[in-house]
Design a protein. Structure first.
Length: 464
């Protein structure tokens, strides 16, 4: 079977981090199985669809995730936005009308709210539509239509049980008596998500639906729709949810739930992908700092855990630091460019980029990391004062300069100066590094010297 999967976000603003993790698992699965990964836009809910899909595509492109199909592709023969597929849904709805498995519902929102209020003592799981309109006579329907009331259309849940098998959750059986006759088409003529997504998944040939476990309860209803429309039921895999650090559902109002936040802060896309891949999945190897290719080659959807996982930004920071030290200097310069331009700094040389990336936890740190290598006027960190104030610092600097000018390497000069002056460790290295780049931490001193050149190396040590 040729694999085809999809992600179908609503264009409701920034791309949610939970949607990205779901998209990544679909992408890994499709790529591993040489299948197709498509983007569809779920914009049936007008209130949640205030933005277009361009931002979604842009953010996935930033992550390096490419779709085989989607609304952004040229020469599409069918629309990929649900709001543009009304005629297709109408055609499939007519199939259900002819089968007699749907019916008109004239209940207003107030009628439904009143009905729910009368059943407040009933547990939520068995609250459902009371089928008030199921037995309406043709005459009564005609009367209601004459008053200008337009009906919604509901799917009549059949008697019995609905069973399906989930790759992660196993075999599930639902008593249909617990399901409500859900609306397929609203009274304003628009179609609902449960109906539209079944039709779309079937007609786009989606073979596997990999999505969040919060949608598991919707699956029996959708399975019934597949069967009523005589479509093949796809394979389901409901993955665990991504929770916040307190174990609560990630709120869309939380800025850290947005992919844009991580892009603007200067996280590397490969670090975000690496960390998100490990939320709920274990590659079975000791080293967890992985390339995209390594993730894809080892990814197995059946090895995804069934427990929800918390988003740990400290661990993401660890992965970002690890990937920052691995990227090529040319890529570091390219990604850091917007941050450098905002700070009024020109692009650094490859040699400078090689050492500056080691001091950059995030790309937004690039201006601070690069400044000492391209400008003599840079701030000295407060942590440096303790070491710069020691009385042996001028002698250390003088001895290092003398030894370097007589042919010793920078490393050898520092070691010899330390032995001569009986200074070692932090007291030896920290003041030198502080004078060179304004920080006690950073690359090896000999690498700093290579990046700034020996002339500047001498000048900065002579300040003492």
């Amino acid at each position: 079977m040729s694999v085809k999967v999809r992600i179908a976000p609503a264009p409701s603003g920034d791309l949610h981090i939970g949607n990205v993790r779901t998209a990544l698992f679909n992408y890994f699965f499709a790529t591993k199985n040489q299948g197709k990964f498509i983007l569809r836009i779920d914009d049936t809910d007008k209130e949640r669809s205030e933005f277009g899909w361009n931002n979604i595509v842009d953010l996935f492109e930033w992550l390096g995730i490419n779709f085989d199909e989607g609304p952004h592709k040229l020469h599409n023969t069918v629309p990929y936005e649900q709001s543009e597929r009304g005629a297709i849904y109408s055609e499939q709805l007519e199939v259900l009308v002819k089968k007699g498995v749907v019916y008109d519902c004239f209940c207003s929102k107030e009628d439904l709210d009143k009905s729910r209020g009368a059943k407040e003592h009933v547990p939520d799981k068995i609250q459902k539509y009371a089928r008030t309109c199921l037995g309406l006579s043709a005459e009564r329907k005609e009367e209601l239509l004459k008053t200008g009331t337009r009906p919604s259309i509901r799917f009549k849940i059949p008697e019995g049980n609905t069973t399906f098998t989930d790759l992660l959750c196993g075999t599930k059986t639902k008593n249909n008596a617990e399901l409500s006759d859900l609306i397929l088409r609203r009274s304003d003529g628009s179609f609902t998500y449960p109906f539209a997504t079944v039709v779309d998944d079937a007609l786009f040939g989606i073979t596997h639906i990999i999505r969040g476990k919060d949608l598991l309860e919707n699956t029996p209803f959708q399975v019934l729709l597949y069967r009523a429309l005589e479509f093949k039921v796809p394979v389901f895999a409901h993955i665990p949810l991504v929770l916040d650090e307190k174990g609560a559902k990630l709120s869309k109002r939380d800025k850290t739930a947005s992919v844009n936040f991580y892009k603007n802060e200067g996280y590397l896309p490969e670090a975000l992908i690496n960390y998100m891949a490990l939320i709920g999945w274990n590659p079975g190897r000791k080293n967890e700092v992985l390339t995209r290719e390594e993730i894809i080659s080892t990814f197995d959807i059946k090895k995804v855990t069934d427990s929800n996982a918390r988003f740990d930004i400290a661990k993401l920071n660890y992965f970002n630091r690890a990937h920052m030290r691995q990227i090529e200097p040319e890529r570091y310069i390219e990604l850091a460019k917007p941050f450098l331009e905002r700070a009024g700094l020109s692009l650094p040389s490859i040699q400078v980029a090689l050492v500056a990336r080691e001091s950059s936890n995030l790309l937004k740190d690039a201006p601070t990391a690069i400044l000492p290598y391209v400008c003599d006027n840079f701030p000295i960190g407060l942590e440096c004062n303790e070491y710069l104030s020691k009385e042996q610092v001028p002698a250390i600097c003088s001895e290092v300069i003398k030894l370097c000018k007589t042919g010793a390497s920078v490393k050898s000069a520092i070691d010899q100066a330390g032995e001569l002056l009986k200074v070692k460790g932090k007291d030896l290295h920290f003041p030198i590094r502080a004078l060179l780049i304004g920080s006690t931490s950073g690359p090896a001193i000999e690498r700093i010297a290579e990046a700034i050149g020996m002339e500047k190396f001498y000048q900065r040590l002579e300040r003492k």
